[in-house]
Write a protein that binds this ligand. Structure first.
Ligand code: PMP
Ligand code: GLU
Length: 399
């Protein structure tokens, strides 16, 4: 025996998105005026009525263990919410409430993967998926895409990625980091492959409320009964209700899969936070104006950001249609220098921009998007304006 870490733990990198949050906080504590277009976190406060519900839950003594899968009222509210938004019928025992969508995705992967099972992951993808698949003992199989297809895979690419070891595909639409939205035809193509080769679809729908320019969100579970039976639908409260720190997400899916996820959760964390569950219940049961107000605000910021990028000759990787992210094409700056330092790759670009321009962005490579950096526009108009002014000055200073 030895005191070495496990092979899985040794293969896992810490989250670059959350890491950047910590770096920005540290720089700010040293008095550096940093604008962060980094980690994707709404800058709004959690709406008042949701905060109030949490306070009331504490005073009402809702402080004990709950059902591992979440309080029945909340699971029923999630059932109603999914039906109202997606016309999909689930029963409360086909729902699990977890400590964030993150935990729901890890549980889903742990529930279905055996060692060497493959999970198809179209690039660019959210940073955590690769590590989550590895945590669950599986193997990511990447599909590379380009700006020419708006960073969407083609049906042919999806088909080519399937092997006898394929256990699932992860679909994230609206997408982090590209902001793209899968059209119904592409989701249907994925569902048809899943039917033909008998694998799961994990659908991360956390940005479902943030779609712009008339684009709409489609869940693979909406394609057909067969597709619903093989979809594990994941969503949460972090983005729609500005509740990132509360840690509240959920999954719905086939009963036997949800049951396995509940068993895993019963040992890993037990129930999600009881107070947060009551806050989430109010979030779903109260009028949804706050969600729409925040979505309208993100839509306006996106328009402003795109206008300023175009005005300053900066190039989006593709037109973002949802979420609050987009990729910026930094390939024109590769090989250029500032004070003798060369921009060799997107990580150098992000590091030099932070050092010289005091703007935090995330390198594209950990998202499977080398040659790009991710901009999050979950910041106010003034910060967007100032960030683009600084980025423009930085790229003009490169020789
Ligand atoms: N999925 C995607 C695509 C995300 O960007 C995030 C980041 N918050 C999550 C899931 C996890 O969200 P939560 O805060 O609910 O864990
Ligand atoms: N998901 C957000 C992001 O991509 C928040 C940070 C994280 O959980 O990864 O920036």
């Amino acid at each position: 025996m030895s005191l070495e870490l496990s092979a899985i733990a040794s293969s896992i990198s810490p989250s670059a998105t959350l890491g950047l949050n910590a770096t920005v906080a540290q720089l700010r504590s040293q008095g550096v005026d940093v604008i962060s277009l980094g980690a994707g976190e709404p800058d709004f406060d959690t709406p008042y009525h949701i905060r109030q519900a949490a306070k009331e839950a504490i005073d009402a003594g809702k402080t004990r263990y709950t059902d591992v899968s979440g309080i029945p009222e909340l699971r029923k509210a999630i059932v109603d919410h999914i039906f109202e938004h997606k016309k999909l019928r689930y029963e409360p025992d086909e729902i699990i409430v977890s400590s964030g969508a993150k935990q729901a995705i890890v549980l889903a992967l742990q529930a279905i993967l055996d060692p060497q099972d493959e999970v198809i992951l179209p690039s660019p993808y959210w940073i955590s998926y690769t590590e989550m698949i590895k945590i669950a003992g599986g193997k990511p199989v990447f599909i590379s895409t380009t700006p020419d297809t708006d960073f969407l895979p083609t049906p042919e690419q999806l088909a080519a990625a399937v092997t006898e070891h394929t256990k699932a595909i992860i679909i994230n639409s609206p997408n982090n980091p590209t902001g793209n939205i899968w059209p119904r035809s592409l989701i249907a193509a994925a569902a048809e492959l899943a039917r033909k080769h008998d694998f799961f679809m994990i659908s991360d729908e956390i940005y479902e409320d943030l779609c712009y320019d008339g684009y709409t969100h489609i869940s693979p579970a909406q394609i057909s009964d067969d597709a619903k039976q093989r979809t594990i639908l994941v969503s949460g409260f972090s983005k729609a209700y500005a509740m990132t720190g509360w840690r509240m997400g959920y999954a719905s899916g086939p009963r036997y899969v949800i049951k396995a996820m509940i068993a895993l959760q019963s040992h890993a964390t037990g129930n999600p936070n009881s107070i947060t569950q009551y806050a989430a219940l109010t979030a779903l049961r109260a009028p949804q104006d706050c969600v729409m107000d925040m979505a309208t605000c993100f839509a306006r910021r996106r328009t402003l950001l795109l206008f300023l990028l175009a005005k300053n000759g900066l190039m989006p990787g593709a037109m973002p249609k949802g979420a609050f992210y987009m990729l910026l094409d930094i390939r024109p700056y590769l090989g250029k220098q500032l004070n003798g330092e060369t921009v060799e790759n997107d990580a150098d670009f992000a590091a030099m921009l932070l050092e010289h321009g005091h703007v935090a962005v995330i390198p594209g490579t950990p998202f499977g998007a080398s040659g790009f950096v991710r901009l999050s526009y979950a910041v106010n108009d003034i910060q967007i304006g100032e960030a683009i002014r600084r980025i423009t000055a930085f790229v003009r200073s490169l020789q």
